[in-house]
Design a protein around this ligand. Structure first.
Ligand code: FES
Length: 81
């Protein structure tokens, strides 16, 4: 299996190249993808682009549905602290 390096909040992480970003983050043990208006953690629900719960910031673009985005070398994702 081929791995790629993505940057999660600036930290390099190796993940399998054949995953979506949502699956890669989940595999890394990350379950807080964004927060709602009240600050509650949100994470992927559907895995197929319909719920919008997996939105993250990728390469400076906000609101990217991570379940629809394949990982690639050098991808930068910013998650809430
Ligand atoms: S997990 Fe539902 S849109 Fe991505």
């Amino acid at each position: 299996m081929i791995d790629v390096t993505i940057l999660v909040n600036g930290v390099p992480r190796r993940v399998p190249a054949d995953l979506s970003l949502a699956a890669a983050l989940w595999r890394l043990g990350i379950h807080r993808f964004r927060t709602d208006r009240d600050g509650a953690p949100r994470a992927p629900v559907c895995g197929m682009g319909t719920c919008f719960e997996c939105r993250v910031e990728v390469d400076g673009r906000t609101g990217v549905r991570s379940c629809l985005l394949p990982v690639r070398e050098g991808l930068r994702v910013e998650l809430p602290a």
